[in-house]
Design a protein around this ligand. Structure first.
Ligand SMILES: Cc1cc2nc3c(=O)[nH]c(=O)nc-3n(C[C@H](O)[C@H](O)[C@H](O)COP(=O)(O)OP(=O)(O)OC[C@H]3O[C@@H](n4cnc5c(N)ncnc54)[C@H](O)[C@@H]3O)c2cc1C
Length: 490
């Protein structure tokens, strides 16, 4: 049955309209909400997708895509710092045109977002452009109307957090929702936080010639949790750009921007890029009307496999779960929430191998279990270390001869458990490692795979070999597997 939000409306008191009951209501038309819609539509036509913000998804408009578009320009421009050594003259004449760069980044983001909106054109009659809040587990207040739904999926994403004490300086503080709207880049900028977004954008801005000072509370970058690797990464990036260790403060206004500080140091900047983390977008949803349990972070307690909130007909999907801000995870959760919202009984779904990539240079990545997760779970492991500092291929590509990885394996047969990486082409190596973990290969099987020469992957061989030397079941030598039977002279 096709149901438009315009039909079957009944006038309620106080000017509100109660429309017909839907099978499923999805709040949020971002990545999670849209994948939930894709799943829901397989089961029912009687659903609505509610979103009051700009359509096109956070990823395409102000997230993954524009950030990578800017990083691509910054990394290419950065190469000119090595051209002299390559024997290419004249690079001093290269000047980044900030207005043109930002216009291109914006136009790419617009294109990607437009693509998403185009894909929505087939079900725009199901989209309600209003803000939703709960009246009870089956009823949503949309301002001038109220709707009922048998199941409701919350896919409202996440938002930047700006402490109250900094709100008086808001006009000089830029978050990622505003960053890509800048017509040009500021001359000086403080970057607060060196998580994924901070190091990606901070390094890109620095490489484009903006005077960046980054401040981070801990000696790490890009979410690395292995203390050895975290310190290595922090020290590496500190050599490329100014980074202060400590708590960032805003001390006051200047004629053109802000005075910011860290410990005993202070300096003036045109703008602050706030990258200290994002929080689930739950504000304004009136969750108090659901009588549910919240965890220590104020997030509804939900089943991590079914995504159901308590025993309510309510589901969480995407960044709003507060677990991580990763697109493919948001998409998977949308599918799971959509499926369970339509099914009679709750199903649990196997999670993919965790994979998180930071597009810094070198890339930072965590595949499988992080060091922190291994510690928290008390899992026994052996570790192999890789380094790209002396690797021939990395040394040829100037600026690339840096990076290390720590790969964790179970001590019996050396099956990989997880890896933390900072490496050139790390985005690809992280995929290889995650796929290896997914295939549950022993270290003997891994070492039986081809390693071409000269490629960055060769550094992984060292780490794998170290693992092979530490495990309980020795890898037989020679490592090449003998073929049973007689040779046919091939
Ligand atoms: C700068 C940046 C770079 C990133 N880079 C990467 C990357 O390289 N790779 C990667 O995997 N991930 C990246 N991410 C993370 C990724 O973008 C997110 O994980 C993903 O977009 C989350 O999707 P979502 O559906 O949960 O939320 P969103 O796409 O944000 O959708 C939420 C929607 O809910 C709507 N909404 C909220 N509240 C209400 C309400 N009460 N009523 C109605 N509508 C409401 C909003 O308007 C919004 O449209 C990046 C994020 C940022 C900010």
């Amino acid at each position: 049955m096709t149901l438009s939000s315009a039909v079957s409306k009944v006038q309620l008191g106080k000017g509100k309209i109660m429309s017909k009951e839907y099978d499923v209501a999805i709040i949020g038309a971002g990545t999670a909400g849209l994948t939930a819609q894709e799943e829901v539509v397989q089961h029912t036509d009687n659903y609505v997708l509610i979103d009051d913000g700009p359509l096109g998804t956070t990823c395409a408009r102000v997230g993954c895509m524009p950030s990578k578009a800017l990083i691509a320009v910054a990394d290419d421009f950065h190469k000119c710092t090595f051209f002299d050594e390559y024997g290419i003259n004249g690079t001093q004449k290269l000047i980044p045109d900030y207005q043109k760069i930002m216009a291109r980044v914006r136009s790419m983001a617009d294109e990607f977002a437009h693509g998403v909106i185009q894909e929505m054109s087939g079900f725009m009659d199901k989209v309600i452009r209003k803000r939703a809040r709960f009246l009870n587990p089956n009823t949503l207040d949309l301002g001038d109307e109220t709707i009922r739904a048998k199941r409701i999926i919350i896919a409202t994403g996440s938002t930047t957090v700006i402490p109250d004490s900094w709100l008086p300086f808001r006009e000089f503080i830029i978050d990622t929702d505003q960053f890509f709207e800048l017509e040009t880049l500021p001359r000086t900028m403080a970057v607060f936080g060196l998580g994924v977004i901070g190091i990606e954008l901070g390094q890109a801005l620095h490489r484009l010639g903006v005077q960046v000072t980054a401040i981070n509370r801990r000696k790490t970058a890009g979410g690395l949790t292995d203390p050895k690797l975290a310190e290595y990464a922090f020290d590496h990036f500190s050599k490329e750009m100014p980074i202060e260790l400590g708590t960032a403060e805003i001390l006051g206004r200047t004629d053109t921007g802000l005075q910011v500080g860290c410990g005993s140091k202070s300096w003036n900047v045109d703008r602050v890029l706030i990258a200290t983390g994002r929080r689930p977008a739950l504000k304004g949803l009136s969750l108090e009307n659901l009588n549910l349990d919240l965890d220590a972070d104020g997030i509804p307690v939900f089943d991590h496999q079914t995504l159901q909130v308590g025993n309510l007909p309510v589901f969480l999907a995407g960044d709003v779960t507060g677990r991580q801000s990763i697109l493919h995870e948001a998409a998977d959760e949308g599918t799971i929430a959509g499926y369970n919202a339509c099914a009679g009984t709750m199903s649990r779904f196997k999670k993919r191998i965790p994979l998180k990539i930071t597009f810094s240079s070198p890339d930072i990545a965590i595949a499988g279990l992080s060091h922190k997760a291994l510690m928290e779970k008390g899992i026994d492991y052996v570790v192999g270390e890789a380094s790209w500092e002396g690797l021939g291929r990395a040394r040829m590509m100037l600026g690339k001869a840096a990076g290390r990885a720590r790969i964790y394996a179970e001590p019996q047969q050396g099956r990989l458990l997880g890896a933390e990486i900072m490496a050139p082409a790390g985005e690809h190596m992280a995929h290889l490692l995650a796929w290896t973990m997914g295939a549950d290969l022993t270290i003997k099987q891994i070492l039986g795979m081809p390693f071409y020469h000269p490629v960055p992957e060769e550094a992984l061989w060292d780490a794998f070999f170290q693992i092979a030397e530490q495990i309980n079941e020795p890898v037989p030598m020679p490592m090449l597997e003998k073929i049973k039977g007689r040779s046919h002279g091939e």
